[in-house]
Design a binder for this molecule. Structure first.
Ligand SMILES: Cc1cc2nc3c(=O)[nH]c(=O)nc-3n(C[C@H](O)[C@H](O)[C@H](O)COP(=O)(O)O)c2cc1C
Length: 203
């Protein structure tokens, strides 16, 4: 079992890192492999809408995104962590997620997904909703916790003072690990996914 936790903040050891690391400690204690992967600190562009990924199975832009996308494909659970910027997902991270899910969304079905956000004051639940949309359109199983998964803080690491926020992170990690264990035990096949219909909303 492997969990990848994507840090969408440009601050490598900021509050999102602190929140993801709180989750990693839970996975470590249960011997579940967990890796925090830097995304927001990289120079990544957004989707160019060239459609080449449909044929290549990877993004044509060679800026490091494909390596992270491969980690997502190999993982059993994916955690998306973003700081709140103007009540929304960090721009670099959003650009990456558009590309990653366009390339690999079809291969992520029935993996476990969870979102984590951090803000100083406002915009957490709007950003949380944005991140979860990537999971729901990809037929993933979304894990919950004891609040909408957010921590609060401004300066790097300040969210350690947000006791309920960190508790929410620990409960979220335990939910993910429980779902992963249930899946491992399940003796049933994943359902077939029907494809083919692709009707634009133009009428
Ligand atoms: C460009 C920018 C926009 C921000 N917008 C918001 C916002 O809309 N609401 C808020 O509460 N905090 C906002 N913040 C503060 C960050 O969300 C906050 O500092 C958070 O701790 C950053 O997480 P990090 O330490 O993982 O980078 C903003 C920060 C930046 C740099």
């Amino acid at each position: 079992m492997k969990v990848v936790l994507l840090n969408g903040s440009p601050r490598k050891e900021g509050n999102i890192f602190t929140a993801l690391n709180e989750m990693k400690k839970v996975f470590d204690a249960q011997s579940i492999e967990a890796e925090i992967v830097e995304v927001g600190s990289k120079m990544l562009t957004g989707c160019h809408a060239c459609g080449a990924c449909g044929k290549l199975g990877k993004c044509v832009i060679d800026d490091g995104a494909n390596e992270i996308i491969e980690k997502m494909k190999e993982a059993d659970a994916i955690v998306l962590g973003s700081p709140v910027y103007y009540a929304s997902v960090n721009g670099t991270f959003k650009g990456f997620l558009d590309r990653a899910f366009y390339v690999a969304g079809g291969e992520l079905k029935f993996k476990v997904g969870a979102s984590v956000v951090c803000c100083r004051r406002g915009g957490a639940s709007a950003t949380f909703d944005e991140l979860n949309k990537y999971f729901f359109i990809s037929n993933m199983i979304v894990a919950g916790s004891t609040y909408w998964n957010s921590v609060h803080g401004g300066a790097p690491g300040e969210c350690v003072k947000d006791e309920e926020g960190l508790q929410t992170m620990r409960n979220l990690a335990n939910s993910i690990s429980y779902i992963l264990k249930l899946k491992e035990k399940a003796e049933i096949q994943e359902p077939e996914v029907e494809r083919g219909a692709f009707t634009n909303f133009i009428r």
